[in-house]
Unconditional design. Sequence first.
Length: 123
Amino acid sequence: MNTREISAEYRLAHWAQVMQNREASGLSIRAYCKEAGFHENNYYYWQRKLRESSCEELAKIEGEDCELAPYKFTEVKLASTSTYPSAAIADQNQVSVETAGLRIVAGSGYPIDKLAYLLREVM
């Protein structure tokens, strides 16, 4: 292993620890990055690098090709009381997302990073 590979492994290990610390803190990614003093784009960059590295390691172990799922977009519709009768008693500050026969309704107080995680899991 040359110094470039060692350096890359060190950076991956460092960012894996950063991500574990963020998870343990209970803070959103944005809040954690602000508190830690780096831009959240760095966090997402290294998150992707870690996923790619994990995928490569998995491919070595299983002997199969492994690719990350491509990004995809879906239409987001805001719920109105006329669209959903059950929304008549709900908070007007809600977002409703429908995809693949699944409807997710989140109130205005629901953390955006948790909603994003949920959407990534179901899509």
